[in-house]
Design a binder for this molecule. Structure first.
Ligand code: 6GU
Length: 252
């Protein structure tokens, strides 16, 4: 996977994605990351890339010219059309499913705005996808682009050590992850659940699935509607619901 990030703060992207798993993935060559400074495409003698909004109002707007030329330079380098994703709270909300879809691409271009946004005309001309990372407002598109790149990259083969781990973690099967324990066996008087010490793999697997179901019911019941449960697991969920109803003196 080749990422290109168009930004006024390339060092933010390089720093943020330069260490840990993302740093290793780049050293290995499993992914590549190139930050392009939009300011380098300014034709203004002061290197300005923003100006006052037509019609008045607060803040500054990024001018279309530098953004357009930066997009063209990246397209030239890639040699064919690529998706250009504009990070904006007005976009479609990013989720694991979108990450899975984007992970199939050879190249992804992220366009990060600042100030009050980017001149609409260059967005119309160049952007293929408008994406938000959630319903809250940030100061710029860099953190959202980094969130997306991190999430997509762990789905790229070879990025994670253990090929399985991308699937087993949260959201696989629409269930939350089961609780994890490591040494010591007892901490502050709290023991590791006995089943995990038993070495009985089938029992451990069953316990973990049940914990996932229980945790999802408690913390993200909305996810359960899309979860793929076996007949036995559905019975377990029904049992949890009955217990809960009983605790609350409810009818079911
Ligand atoms: Cl993609 N950009 C900004 N500025 N704020 C956001 C966002 C994006 N997603 C959520 N909030």
């Amino acid at each position: 996977m080749k990422y290109y990030v168009l930004t006024l703060f390339p060092e933010m992207i390089e720093q943020g994605l330069g260490t840990s798993i993302m740093g290793r993935a780049q050293s290995q060559g499993t992914i590549s990351l190139k930050s392009i400074n939009i300011r380098d495409f300014s034709e203004n003698k002061h290197g300005h890339v923003d100006d006052y909004p037509y019609g008045g109002g607060a803040g500054m707007v990024m001018q279309p010219g530098p953004v357009y030329r930066a997009c063209e330079a990246v397209e030239q380098e890639i040699g064919h059309k690529a998706r250009i994703i504009y990070m904006t709270p007005q976009g479609r909300v990013f989720d694991q499913k979108m990450a899975e879809e984007l992970a199939q691409e050879e190249e992804l271009v992220f366009l990060c705005g600042h100030y009050e946004g980017i001149d609409e005309r260059v967005l119309e001309l160049k952007v293929t996808d408008f994406v938000s990372i959630g319903d809250y407002v940030l100061t710029g598109g860099e953190l959202p682009a980094m969130v997306m790149i991190d999430c997509i990259s762990r789905l790229v083969p070879g990025v994670l050590n253990n090929n399985m781990s991308a699937e087993v973690e949260s959201f696989y099967d629409n269930l939350l992850e089961y609780p994890q324990y490591t040494r010591p066996e007892e901490f502050m008087g709290m023991r590791v659940p006995e089943v995990l010490l038993s070495g009985h793999h089938a029992n451990i697997e069953k316990w973990r699935r049940q914990q996932s179901i229980k945790r999802t019911l408690e913390r993200r019941p909305d996810l359960l509607e899309e979860a793929n449960l076996s007949k036995k697991e559905k019975q377990y969920l029904d049992q949890l619901l009955r217990e809960r109803a009983k605790e609350n003196n409810e009818e079911i």
